[in-house]
Design a protein around this ligand. Structure first.
Ligand code: A3P
Length: 290
C-alpha cells in the first residue's frame, strides 16, 4: 500500500527528496562531507545510469580488480551523497573514493567547491528517463504510485518528482564553472559503445588503462552481467522496499524505449516544454527530442 505524497517526500531547499533514504541528518552530513582532491563523483538525474556508474567507477579506479563489485553491494562500494548510509560507510572508503549523487549543483557541499574532486555528469534522453522512472515508481514502494503514463508525464514536466525538473538539473550542472574537473557523458554513448565511453572516462580520471583492462571492465559492466550480479541487482533488498517482480531495477537497459510508450500528442507536448525550458542555454542536447 502506497503512502500519500506528503509522507513520501521531504522538502529540502526547494527539492522533493524521498524520505525513505533522505533525512535532515543525512543532508547535514552531506553538507559537511569533506571532499578530497582525488575523489570522483558521478552525478545523475534519477534513472540516468547511476547504478551503472557504481559498477564502472571502482573498476576504472583500481584497474579492473573485480573484488569490490563481487564482494560489496553497490550502495556501500560507491555510496550516495545525501543518503543516510553514507555516514555509516564513509570512514571505510579507501582513496581514491567514488561517490554518486542526484544532487543538483546547488546542493553540493562547500568542500566540493574548494577541492579538486572530479565529477562525471551522466545525461540520458529525458524521454527514456520518464519511461524508466514510471516503472521504477511502480516497483519502489517508497515512491508514490505514478498513476497513468499521461499523469506521470505531466508530473515530470512540472517537476513534481524527486529532485525536481530534469531541465533544471541539467542546467545547474551545465552552468557550473568547473573547468576540467567535470566531464559530460551520455547514457546513450555508453549503451552504443561501452569500451569507448570507458576509455573517455579513464582518460578523464588520468588512469592509464590497457585496452585489455577496458574490455574486461566493459564485460563486467554489461547489462547482462550486472543483472546477474547479486551485489548490483538489488536482489538482496526486501520486496517491501523494491518489488523486482513488478518491474526489475535493471529493467531493459536500452535507449529508445520511449517509442513504445509515447503517443504523438505526448511527444509533441513533451518536446515543446523541454525545448522551451532550454531556450537560450549555451549547450545543445546530444539527441533529437522529436
Ligand atoms: P531502464 O529502466 O530503462 O532499463 P539509475 O541507476 O540512475 O536509477 O538508472 C536506472 C536505469 O539504468 C535503468 O534503465 C537500468 O536498466 C539502466 N542500467 C543500469 N545498468 C545498466 C547497464 N549496465 N547497461 C544499460 N543500462 C543500465
Amino acid at each position: 500500500m502506497k503512502s500519500p505524497e506528503f509522507d513520501i517526500y521531504l522538502q529540502y531547499q526547494g527539492f522533493l527528496l524521498p524520505r525513505e533514504t533522505h533525512f535532515l541528518q543525512s543532508l547535514k552530513f552531506a553538507n559537511e562531507f569533506k571532499f578530497k582532491d582525488d575523489d570522483v563523483v558521478a552525478v545523475t538525474y534519477p534513472k540516468s545510469g547511476t547504478i551503472w556508474m557504481q559498477e564502472i567507477l571502482p573498476l576504472l579506479l583500481n584497474g579492473g580488480d573485480l573484488t569490490p563489485i563481487q564482494t560489496t553491494v553497490n550502495w556501500d562500494r560507491v555510496p550516495w551523497l545525501g543518503v543516510k548510509r553514507l555516514a555509516e560507510v564513509a570512514d571505510k572508503l579507501t582513496s581514491p573514493r567514488a561517490l554518486v549523487t542526484h544532487f543538483p549543483y546547488s546542493l553540493m557541499p562547500p568542500s566540493f567547491h574548494t577541492s579538486k574532486a572530479k565529477a562525471i555528469y551522466v545525461m540520458r534522453n529525458p524521454k527514456d528517463i520518464l519511461v524508466s522512472s514510471y516503472y521504477f515508481h511502480q516497483m519502489a514502494t517508497f515512491l508514490e504510485d505514478p498513476g497513468t503514463f499521461d499523469e506521470f508525464l505531466e508530473k515530470f514536466l512540472e517537476g513534481r518528482v524527486m529532485f525536481g525538473k530534469w531541465t533544471d538539473h541539467v542546467k545547474s550542472w551545465r552552468r557550473a564553472e568547473l573547468g576540467d574537473r567535470i566531464m559530460f557523458i551520455t547514457y546513450e554513448e555508453m549503451v552504443q559503445d561501452l569500451p569507448a565511453a570507458l576509455r573517455r572516462m579513464s582518460d578523464f580520471l588520468c588512469r592509464n588503462l590497457s585496452d585489455e583492462a577496458i574490455l574486461k571492465i566493459a564485460e563486467h559492466c554489461s547489462f547482462k552481467t550486472m543483472k546477474a550480479n547479486r551485489m548490483s541487482n538489488f536482489s538482496q533488498i526486501s520486496k517491501e522496499y523494491m518489488d523486482n517482480d513488478k518491474s526489475p531495477f535493471l529493467r531493459k537497459g536500452i535507449s529508445g524505449d520511449w517509442k513504445n510508450h509515447f503517443s504523438p500528442e505526448q511527444l509533441a507536448r513533451f518536446t515543446s516544454v523541454i525545448f522551451k525550458e532550454l531556450e537560450g542555454e549555451n549547450f545543445s542536447l546530444p539527441w533529437s527530442l522529436d
